[in-house]
Each structure stands twice: as C-alpha cells, then as structure tokens.
Write a protein that binds this ligand. Sequence first.
Ligand code: FMN
Ligand code: SF4
Length: 467
Amino acid sequence: MPKEHRLVLKHADEAGYTNDIKCYLKYGGYKTLKKVFRLKPKKAGGVVVTPQETIRSEVLASGLRGRGGAGFSCGLKWNFVNRKSGKPIYLICNADESEPGTFKDRQIIHKDPHQLIEGMILSCYANDVKLAYIYIRGEFPEGARILNRAIDEAKGKGFLGRGICGTRYDLEIHVHRGAGAYICGEETGLIESLEGKRPYPRIKPPYFPAALGLYMCPTIVNNVETLCNVRNVMEIGADAYAALGTAGNTGTRIVSLSGNVKRPGYYEIEVGKATLGELIFHKNFGQGLRDGRKLRAIIPGGSSSKVFRAGEKFDIKSKDKWGEVVEQKLDLLDIPYDFDTLMKCGSMSGSSAIIVLDDSVDIVESLGNLSDFYAHESCGQCTPCREGSLWMAKALKRMRSGQARKGDADYLEHIAHNIQGRTICAFGEACAWPVLSFVDKFRDDFEKRGAEDEARLAKRDGEATTK
Ligand SMILES: Cc1cc2nc3c(=O)[nH]c(=O)nc-3n(C[C@H](O)[C@H](O)[C@H](O)COP(=O)(O)O)c2cc1C
Ligand code: SF4
C-alpha cells in the first residue's frame, strides 16, 4: 500500500513537537553535527582524506538530487565549486519557494527550522564556507522571524558563530528577505538581489555560481529541502539514504498536492515509490476528485512543467538492473513520481508540486491565468521573454473575453517557440512550456473556442449590416 515515508518531516506534525531548539535537542537534534565534527582525517590509498572530503563523498554517494527544480546531483554541484580561487566560498539556501503550486519549504521553515540550520552548518563545513545566507521570499515574514530566532538559539548553544562545538570552525548565517519576485528564485537572479541589485539573471557561462557567484566568488545555491537532506544523509549514512527511493532517484521528496482533489496537502514519499494516480486518488494522499467529477489534466511539477491530459499513454525506455534497455508502456496514472520517468514522459517533477484539474476547469481560462503570472514576473531583460510572455497573456485575455480566433492555437505556439531556448535564463522555458503543452494536449479546446467565437461574431456583424 503506498504511504508516506517521513524523513525531513519526521517530527514536523507530531503532537508536542515545537520549532525551538529545546525541542530539537530533545529529539536528538545537532547530534549529527557533533558526530561529523568528531571525524578525523583518514588515509585512503596513500592519500589523506579530510573530514570535509568525507562529507562531500557521502553526499555524492547518497545520490541526493536537488529538490529546488532541476534535480541536479547535490554532490556533483559541490564538486564543481572552485576551491582554488583564493576567494571565500559562500553558501546560499534558496528559500524563495516561488513556483506556483509549491508549499513544501515553508513547512520545514515553520515547523523544523533547526533541521535546516543543522543541514546548512554541515554543508558549509563540508565546503569550507564561513558565511552563508538564507534567501527567503518577502511574503514569508513569519518564516524569516522563525529562522532568525533559530539562528540566535543555535548561536546561544555554540552551534554557530566562532569556534563551533569547540572546533576552530567559524560560521555565520544571515537571513535575507526578498521583495517578492518569482525570478528571485532563479539562482543567479537571487544572487544579484542578494547583492542589492535588480534581480536580473546572469548569463551561464560564464556566471555559474560554483565559479562566479555571490560577489564574483564561488557560491553554492541549494534548496531548503536539499540542505535538510544533507543532514539526513550524514545522520543515516549514504548507503541507507540511497536505499530509500529508487535507483537514480534516491531518498524522499515532499510533494505539494493542490487543485481539485479532496485532500490537498504536502506528502513526503520515497522518490518513485508512489505513482501519480496514487498521489491523487489513494486514501493516504489526495483521496480523489470531488464527487461526480472526472480528471481532465495534471500539472506534475509546478506551474512551469508541461501539462498531461487525462488518459495519456507513454512509451518509454529504461535500463533494467543488468543494463539492458527495456521498453515500457505507461498509463498517465501509473507514472512513478520520480525525476527521470516524468522527464521521459515529456514533463518533469520540477518543484514536486502536483496541480490537479478536473472537468469543471476551463482549459483556456487556466492557461490564461498561468500566462498572466509569467507576463507579470518576466524580469524584462531578454526581448523574447519580455515581449513574448506579454503577447501570450494578451492573446489569452482576448480569448477569455469571447474573441477567440481559429488560428489562436498556432499563434500561441509560434510565440512560445520563439521564446524557448532564446533567453538568458530558464524562465523562458518556464513561460513557454505551459503554453506549448496546453495547446498541444488541448488543441481541440482552443480550436473549438476560436470557431465558436468567430461564428458568433460573424453572425452579430451580419445582423448589424442587414439592419
Ligand atoms: C524561474 C526560476 C525560478 C526558480 N525558483 C526557485 C525557487 O523558488 N526555489 C528553489 O529552490 N529553486 C528555484 N529555482 C531553481 C534554482 O535556480 C536553483 O537551481 C536551485 O535553488 C538549486 O538548488 P538545488 O540544487 O538544491 O535544487 C528556480 C529556477 C528558475 C529558472
Ligand atoms: S528569460 Fe525572462 S526572466 Fe530570464 S533573464 Fe530573460 S527576461 Fe529575465
């Protein structure tokens, strides 16, 4: 039976569990940190391996993938950090949580902030970071207050500041509140904003944060949930962590489930151990649609992921345990909720936010709503994104006001094709993909609306001429 597996949210909703350090310590908090600080350099194959290298190789071996959107290996990202530049290395926790449909990081921040702080200290220690930031979105004032209090408490107990836990390691963490812009979640836009500038994303290359990040120094940007999982990897060990989930998709993941389900909420699962259908319909998760309703569509990984139409089927290829390529037929509801399968099916798990649309939903209206958001949030730096996102939103506004045209589906596709792949940051794809996939999967809805509106308007004009 599919069920939750709580690792990051292990205690979060337990009766009596509070978000202060006293409670965290009572439940064994900061023990992992103390254990890691006791690690000594060791010799392996004639080479001395430092404790920092040990942590980095554990995180790499755990298979932990970033929980912020792209699902990139955390250990690999850390390996890309330029450690020879002679400049300080920074770590930034991305707590912007700006992808529509996503509400997992705020649960951690509100309910278990010390888990994040401990994960950050371990990650900073592993990467020789002395100064770290938590970039939290402006609309989370309570989250910022909780984090600031947690940092003060951790300092009071000697887990932050100078000479942590009696070692020679110093670390400061500052909370920085954004002003509320989606693009501040994109790592280079975030860095610009943290530097006090307008959050214009930077071009990669050359501005990969691992080489040229905050103040042009090597910088690690990781999501809240990723950093908590670093703590969990170091607590249970890489092998035990990798045993959770499925091959290549290890550990657990917090899924935000919203839209037309009976029980929306956040659910932590072993990655790939529950299917889309189970997450929506099973009694342990969404408990199905409202009575009498049918499934129409699923947005599987936050608003920028490509939509699926109910009833879709997929032919995918994967490798079995002996490395042989096997072909598999999958129904939409049987897709295991992991990083790789969703990608093979043409979408992504993104920020792990599932939005369910039932048959009461007007598809053109939904896309219009999403497109308004993207037109509003484009930073305006690149012409295709700035103009294109606005054109798409304007066309959809016209369609929503009873003036759709037969060629609208092609028109929207044409604009979206001219945005994707032609912009500085991935926002270009984020605003093009919903349009491309909605039009592709629901072309009949767009064409029907165009035909009906044109016929109605022609009739009205004809009547006006006869009069
Ligand atoms: C437009 C846009 C918005 C993003 N918003 C967020 C966000 O709110 N939170 C987040 O963690 N990552 C967000 N990301 C991904 C970050 O750029 C970055 O990849 C991530 O924070 C890295 O952390 P991870 O490796 O731990 O996933 C966004 C990316 C793009 C392109
Ligand atoms: S793609 Fe859009 S959001 Fe990203 S830099 Fe260009 S204009 Fe700004």
